[in-house]
Design a binder for this molecule. Sequence first.
Ligand SMILES: [Zn+2]
Ligand SMILES: [Zn+2]
Length: 139
Amino acid sequence: MALKQPESVDECVYFTRRALLPTKGRIVAWAFRKRCPKCRKGVMAKPKKSSPTYDCPSCGYAEPKAEHIADIKLNVEYTCPACGFSGEAQTEFKRKSWQGVKAYVFSCGKCGEKIGVTKKLKEPKRKGADVPEEDDDDE
Ligand SMILES: [Zn+2]
Ligand SMILES: [Zn+2]
């Protein structure tokens, strides 16, 4: 499996890079923005952070968040914190309960360890360094 890499974070609705300390585990996870299912031209985005829909800038189609997210896959490149195996995985772009917190969950292709991509701890907002970390308004 060779996952398509984003050329820029602008292509992503979600992008994160994590070190799974104190192990040598690490994760890079990203999800591509979705093309409009109606006109196939526009790349859907939230008009505002609090918006319940993702809108097409080209034809104006507004898709409810749940429907929108159902079609998106989370791509992951990882080094397993349990066995040290490096691999790639794809999982649903939907958080599940994992070790008592909400996380995108995938399994190590070698040892089967369930690995979670949790929400990042809140960091102070820096202007201009706007990586599209997913909003916090979910479920
Ligand atoms: Zn459209
Ligand atoms: Zn493993």
